[in-house]
Write a protein that binds this ligand. Structure first.
Ligand code: AMP
Ligand code: MG
Length: 533
């Protein structure tokens, strides 16, 4: 039962807090967080519940399910922030960040409220409500979240987990019963939308910006306090092995490594975060803050779903790995006062590119079903593939998935001999230029020859564990949102069910593995998103 759930205040009890309880927008100094009270909602209603996350936390029955009606009501109250448990100390974190390349000063949890942690099986899971009301960090905004962006956060964070990419999780989505006004494209067309609160779960919600704020303010006491807390709690192996400045350097090196790994995770499945500001970079290397993200559908390295970034394309698909490094450089600058040696920080940062290349090469070879790297020949094969992928609109997910169906000794000289899924990946297969068909045939023949050393079936089996068939496509998420806004959450549930097994072909679910339909090409929510959430 909910009353018996033990939630600790480990973060709050371990770190310096704000001495004021004023929630008006203000600069919060010498504190890692402020105590706040979540807003009481008019009619909290539990709309979506992740049994996977619940099981991880030991909530619900042995399958993580909430069957009992009264129990669902109790959870809706708690997870909307409307009724807290005895002893809880809700809080908003103070952090800063570089937004679109510029130092933005204090940002902080403007609409996220931490509830505390659940310790389970040696792991500590922090719970956080997104959209639960104003805090001293809300600036001029309302501290709330709308249903559409909450569904997007819920779906994608769970989808990422099942893809095997480090991410924050989602436990629940509660409708608040309160309307929220949003001008989706900031163009003078405000609309009333349903309000919602997602409960996110992660080891920690600390970001690069959590450290930058103290460095920017010259508050090295808090900087060190937070750094020690972070290492002891989330990098205990480093705390056990290293001391002093060396500990901080090793920590930085590990964040560099994890971030490189995360970027490869995104690139290999075509995930575009959309707002890689340093306040949206997790200190433990998780994907965090699902806002105007999107999935690459036609393979276009320049693509970003975020209309706010349409001009500069700073956070386009192709730029993500480089921005990961740029953000790490900002973290390095923030840690410098404690590491005290610029050249050491620089050398740690310099390991990023090699780390990234190492993981990326391994990911690519796995995607292609190549077991042993053969140097220049393989590089040429891969380079040509990416060149060809950009010449026509080709769905990235379907293309890679279809490669496992190319047999070593298969006739592939005509389009109708290509795997069905491969043909489905091309937006306009009928109008394909004759010369381009020839180029593709040549590439496919080279590819088939290259992989002929391994058994077709075994290779296909391996490739299908790394090339997903189902991803959280923008238009699928939008269809789920449209239904949910009419009160029907069955599409959200149905999509989530498929996304729980992204690498497994599921009977009767072909509709979830289709190329983006034409109606979705330029539709809001499907290809164009803004930061408004
Ligand atoms: P984001 O772009 O979502 O990462 O948010 C950047 C900053 O704006 C963070 O400090 C958020 O807490 C804050 N923020 C975004 N939306 C809201 C909102 N509706 N109310 C208050 N603060 C917000
Ligand atoms: Mg954010």
């Amino acid at each position: 039962m909910l009353e018996s759930v033990q939630i600790t205040n480990h973060f709050v009890d371990s770190l310096s807090g704000d001495t004021s309880s004023d929630v008006r927008p203000r600069q919060v100094l010498e504190a890692c967080y402020s105590n706040v009270s979540p807003r009481v909602c008019t009619a909290p209603q539990l709309a979506v519940w992740s049994t996977d996350t619940a099981k991880m936390l030991g909530l619900g029955d042995q399958n993580g399910e909430l069957i009992d009606r009264a129990e669902r009501v109790a959870y809706a109250n708690l997870l909307s922030g409307s009724a807290l448990l005895e002893g809880m100390k809700p809080f908003a974190m103070c952090y800063g960040g570089h937004q679109f390349g510029q130092w933005a000063g204090q940002l902080g949890d403007g609409r996220a409220i931490g509830l505390g942690e659940i310790f389970r099986e040696d792991k500590c899971w922090a719970l956080q409500l997104k959209g639960a009301g104003i805090t001293p960090y809300s600036r001029s905004a309302d501290g709330l979240a709308v249903l559409r962006s909450s569904i997007r956060e819920y779906l994608c964070s769970e989808a990422m987990y099942h893809l095997g990419i480090p991410t924050t999780r989602a436990l629940s989505l509660v409708l608040t019963g309160d309307p929220v006004v949003r001008d989706m494209f900031y163009d003078g067309h405000p609309k009333t939308e349903p309000g919602a609160v997602v409960c996110r779960v992660s080891q920690t919600f600390l970001r690069f910006g959590s450290f930058e704020i103290f460095a920017a303010r010259g508050d090295y006491i808090r900087l060190q306090e937070l750094l020690e807390f972070t290492i002891q709690n989330y990098y205990p192996e480093l705390a056990a092995q290293y001391k002093g400045a060396d500990r901080y350097l090793k920590f930085y090196l590990e964040v560099v490594k994890r971030t490189a790994y995360l970027m490869v995770g995104w690139q290999r499945v075509g995930f575009v975060h959309g707002v890689m500001n340093t306040d949206n970079m997790s200190i433990v290397g998780d994907t965090i803050d699902y806002g105007p993200y999107g999935w690459l559908e036609p393979y276009d390295p320049d693509w970003t779903p975020n209309t706010t970034d349409a001009q500069g394309r700073r956070y386009s698909y192709a730029n993500q790995p480089g921005i990961g490094m740029w953000n790490l450089a900002r973290l390095g600058v923030a840690l410098l006062p404690l590491i005290n040696d610029k050249s050491l920080v620089q050398s740690a940062l310099d390991t990023y590119e090699a780390e990234y290349e190492k993981y990326w090469q391994a990911a690519l070879l796995a995607k292609l079903g190549i077991n042993r790297y053969r140097g220049a020949d393989d590089d040429a094969l891969i380079k040509r593939m990416f060149e060809l992928l950009q010449l026509e609109e080709i769905d990235m997910t379907l293309f890679f998935r279809s490669l496992s169906a190319v047999k070593a000794k298969q006739e592939i000289a005509r389009i109708d001999q290509w795997p069905v899924l491969m043909r489905a990946a091309f937006y306009q297969i009928e109008e394909l230029d004759h010369g381009l068909v020839k180029e593709w045939v040549l590439w496919l023949q080279n590819y088939a020859k290259r992989v002929s050393e391994t058994d077709d079936m075994e290779r296909a089996r391996q490739m299908n564990t790394v090339n997903p068939l189902y991803v959280c496509r923008n238009y699928l998420a939008q269809q789920a949102i449209d239904a949910a806004e009419q009160g029907d959450f069955s599409i959200v549930e149905g999509l989530m069910e498929v996304l729980r097994r992204p690498y497994t072909e599921q009977g009767g679910k072909a509709a979830f593995a289709e190329r983006r339909p034409e109606w979705a090409r330029n539709k809001a929510g499907c290809s164009m998103l803004s930061c408004s959430s």
